[in-house]
Design a protein around this ligand. Sequence first.
Ligand SMILES: Nc1nc2c([nH]c(=O)n2[C@H]2C[C@H](O)[C@@H](COP(=O)(O)OP(=O)(O)OP(=O)(O)O)O2)c(=O)[nH]1
Length: 129
Amino acid sequence: MNAVIVGAALVRDGKLLAQQRAWPPGHAGQWELPGGRVEEGESEAFALARECSEELDVVVEVGARVGEDVPLPGGKVLRIYAATLVSPGEEPRAVEHRAVRWLGPDDLDDVDWLPADRLLLPAFRQLLA
Ligand SMILES: Nc1nc2c([nH]c(=O)n2[C@H]2C[C@H](O)[C@@H](COP(=O)(O)OP(=O)(O)OP(=O)(O)O)O2)c(=O)[nH]1
């Protein structure tokens, strides 16, 4: 089975949270959604909640799928789920990343997304509509 990379489309007040990679050098500075590899024995929702805790230091509730799977190099796929903060007042912080930013519908084109995420922009836009 293809390795699944899950990503969280974390929305608050009509804005989507994006984070800026600090590594590897080829992708540093580019933007993505919080997430990562689903480890053996984990559900996708569990993996997403774990990654959001590790990367943003927040607790999230995972919702419905967003967009279609996007193939990644190496036979992996990127699969996005909507997510919300369990405590909306809690502010995500960039634990491993360079920065985090809440993007409204008009800001989605302002950042340099990873290529796979760029394909998902219509789905992100629909989610914020
Ligand atoms: N988290 C995340 N990864 C993405 C996105 N878009 C995209 O192409 N990717 C790619 C980049 C990486 O090749 C891969 C995820 O790597 P990662 O470094 O975040 O995952 P991980 O923490 O589980 O890393 P590892 O244990 O596999 O090294 O998916 C996205 O929006 N979010």
